[in-house]
Design a protein around this ligand. Structure first.
Ligand code: SF4
Length: 88
């Protein structure tokens, strides 16, 4: 996966700890920085692809990313099941 986007993120000028907050207020601070980030989408996809559990990535909290992964599993499964059914 291409990682060039990392050098263009809004967070490049912030302390890394900002994106690994210990409370909800910290999560909101990090998400606010992500809001205008030009590489928000690849950042989120990177975190989802590598199943990164901790921190704010792509403007999404840990909980939001878990929810997104769950939604994607739910939407992918029926299609995968159909494909499997037609090839057997
Ligand atoms: S979306 Fe947020 S965490 Fe990702 S690169 Fe941009 S500022 Fe950094």
């Amino acid at each position: 996966m291409d990682n060039d986007w990392m050098a263009r993120g809004n967070c490049r000028h912030e302390p890394p700890a900002t994106f690994f907050p210990s409370d909800g207020v910290g999560v909101e601070v990090a998400k606010k920085i992500c809001e205008t980030c030009p590489v928000k989408e690849p950042c989120l996809e990177y975190a989802l692809y590598y199943r990164i559990d901790h921190g704010v990535w792509g403007g999404a909290s840990e909980r939001q990313r878990r929810r997104l992964l769950k939604q994607r599993r739910l939407t992918v499964r029926p299609a995968a099941r159909d494909t499997f059914a037609t090839t057997v």
